[in-house]
Design a protein. Structure first.
Ligand code: SF4
Ligand code: SF4
Length: 358
């Protein structure tokens, strides 16, 4: 366990599936050099296959006794999808705009399909996913080279690129399938929680760019942070698939209310809810019932009395308030380590011979 832990809370009631987060991450970290197929941040439609395809069925994580479970490494062709480009050059010659290969699968392939029968009881919602920077990471336990490490200062999980030999046990061990193999350098790579930004007091790109203002970032022990308030004070943010045993540090405010269903004559079925509670329990555990109740009570309070601290936080009036990154803490840590001013607090991630900066 690290000294302190950074965490992210995502409010699923506000995610509009616009993929701005995905693009901001991709353009910054993964649009080049063997990382083209990787989505350190992806937003998937639930119910759906997710990314990589059927990731919830690919193993990894821990059983109730704390034993690491076997898992598989997804296949590029069938589970991730081979990235394609478009025929930009030939448009001028009159060709229609189309992919330059025949794609058969890719991230977001089943976007907005969801489940149920339109228009009676169909439903879906979006789940944005990054690495959970787990307290008990399956990736770290699975690595025979001790290449995966968790920073003591903030709990960010990174890969020491000098030690990594590309064995890919980490990918099998992560039940969220949030580590990827880079074939160009034969190393594994993953979300780094934008640590170079964080150390300068800036939130991760996915969080800062999020147009829905769904992402809060802060330290779990910082009682003034909205992350603390949502996770510990109001207890309305829950980890995804906590049953995998990795103790994720990304938390979700679950969808609190879906529209009612229609009967066969098109009449509203009063009191019905399109999202089955069993599905939410599978994703977020039994606590989700209490959370949904709390959210609905607080929403009513806000509407009727105009008062609710919880709703005020979730509405996120001030973008700035959503992030508390404690820049002083990082500066102090760097100073204690004897680092030069503005140097990164830990250089293991960038010390690989295939990465710039060393
Ligand atoms: S989500 Fe996966 S890759 Fe990220 S820390 Fe947890 S086990 Fe490791
Ligand atoms: S940018 Fe925000 S609202 Fe848009 S898909 Fe990402 S998490 Fe959802």
């Amino acid at each position: 366990m690290s000294k302190r832990q950074l965490a992210m809370v995502m409010d699923l009631n506000k995610c509009i599936g616009c993929q701005t987060c995905t693009v901001s991450c991709k353009t910054q970290w993964t649009n080049r050099e063997g990382r083209e197929y990787m989505y350190w941040n992806n937003v998937e439609t639930y119910p759906g296959s997710g990314y990589p395809k059927n990731w919830m069925k690919l193993g990894g994580g821990f059983d109730k006794n704390g034993d690491l479970q076997p898992g598989v490494v997804p296949n590029l062709q069938s589970d991730y999808g081979v990235p394609w480009d478009f025929n930009y050059e030939s448009i001028a010659e009159g060709e229609i705009f189309k992919p330059d290969s025949e794609p058969s699968w890719g991230p977001n392939w089943d976007e907005d399909e969801g489940a149920g029968v339109f228009p009676r009881d169909n439903y879906f919602f979006y789940i944005p996913r990054i690495c959970n920077h787990c307290t008990n990471p399956g990736c770290l336990s699975a690595c025979p080279r001790d290449a995966v490490f968790k920073r003591d200062e903030d709990g960010v999980v990174l890969i020491d690129l000098k030690k990594c030999q590309g064995y890919r046990y980490c990918i099998a061990g992560c039940p969220y399938k949030k580590i990827y193999f880079n074939p160009k350098i034969s190393k594994s790579q993953k979300c780094i929680l934008c640590f170079p930004r964080i150390e300068k007091g800036l939130p991760p790109a996915c969080a800062q760019q999020c147009v829905g203002r769904i992402r809060f970032v802060g330290f779990l022990d910082d009682e003034d942070s909205q992350v603390y308030k949502l996770v510990k004070k109001f207890k309305v943010a829950l980890p995804l698939r906590d049953d995998y045993g990795t103790q994720p540090n990304v938390y979700y405010v679950p969808p609190s209310k879906a529209p009612a269903k229609f009967d066969s004559e098109g009449k509203v079925i009063e009191g019905s809810d399109r999202i089955p509670m069993e599905e939410l329990e599978m994703l977020f555990g039994k606590e989700v019932r209490r959370v949904v109740k709390t959210l609905n009570i607080e929403m009513k309070n806000k509407k009727e009395k105009g008062e609710s601290e919880l709703m005020d936080i979730l509405i996120a009036y001030n973008h700035h308030d959503m992030f508390r990154l404690d820049n002083d803490y990082y500066q102090k840590t760097a100073k204690e380590k004897g680092n030069k001013p503005f140097d990164l607090i830990d250089r293991r991630y960038i010390a690989g011979k295939h990465t710039k900066g060393e």
